[in-house]
Design a binder for this molecule. Structure first.
Ligand code: PGA
Length: 252
């Protein structure tokens, strides 16, 4: 299974020129990779700037709508994203739940729509509070409701990111430990097996939440995740490329 690093630029940078500069700086430094996919997810409006490139970097979007087309003002469909040459789409980010009220049911509908295209979903799940007695249940419920009705033939296209809400970049972000991530990974694997059977082993499981070049090996080499999603550190080209190279050198 190939490893993957996903750059989630969120609502940055502020101009297309800035986005092109950042992309170019990353692309020029990356060089050849052994067994790692690199995906950049810029804001929608910058996708046309990268759509025609023949690059080692793949494109992704940060969200999409659950209907294919029609009267949904302000929304972007999976087919439109596919047409922008994207390969991936991030779904279920906690910031969308927090600021826009996105629910597990909406995420489930989005995943189903995405799976009708050639895009692969990158689904984020994670508990709200650290060490809460409820965290196992929270993860299980999220997986059950977001993956409800997903057919066996699509299971291997899924990427699931364990991104605990308490570890996402903020002034108070706490870094997840190797033990936190190993524990969550086994909860996720067990829940997936219960929901989807043996085929669930083919799902790529990643980590997200304040990843940088100092801690990436904890999540990938020590906790055995197949890759990472990177927010804040992906806006610093030198740091991001360092993360990519460290990940590429790990044997998992
Ligand atoms: P962070 O963001 O790396 O800044 O914590 C990750 C994410 O929210 O996807």
């Amino acid at each position: 299974m190939q490893k993957i690093v996903v750059a989630n630029w969120k609502m940055n940078p502020l101009s297309v020129a800035g986005a092109e500069e950042l992309f170019n700086l990353i692309e020029n430094r990356i060089g050849n990779l052994k067994n790692t996919e690199v995906v950049i997810c810029p804001p929608f409006v910058y996708l046309p700037a990268f759509q025609g490139r023949d690059s080692i970097i793949k494109l992704g979007a940060q969200n999409c709508f659950w209907e294919e087309k029609g009267a949904y003002t302000g929304e972007i469909s999976a087919r439109m994203i596919e047409d922008m040459n994207c390969r991936y789409v991030i779904l279920g980010h906690s910031e969308r739940q927090k600021y826009l009220g996105e629910t597990d049911e909406m995420i489930n509908r989005k995943i189903k729509t995405v799976l009708k295209t050639n895009l692969s979903p990158i689904l984020l799940i994670g508990e709200t509070r650290r060490n809460s007695l409820n965290s196992k249940k929270e993860i299980e419920v999220q997986l059950e409701s977001t993956l409800m009705g997903i057919e066996e033939e699509h299971i291997r296209e899924l990427n699931i990111v364990y991104e605990p809400l308490w570890a996402i970049s903020s002034q108070q972000a706490t870094i997840a430990t190797v033990e936190d991530v190993i524990r969550a990974k086994s909860i996720i694997k067990e829940a997936l097996k219960k929901l989807k059977g043996e085929i669930a082993k083919q799902i790529r499981i990643l980590y997200g939440g304040s990843v940088d070049s100092e801690n990436i090996l904890d999540f990938v080499e020590k906790a055995g995740m197949k890759g990472v999603i990177v927010g804040r550190a992906s806006l610093d080209p030198e740091e991001f490329v360092k993360i990519v190279k460290l990940l590429d050198d790990v044997k998992v």
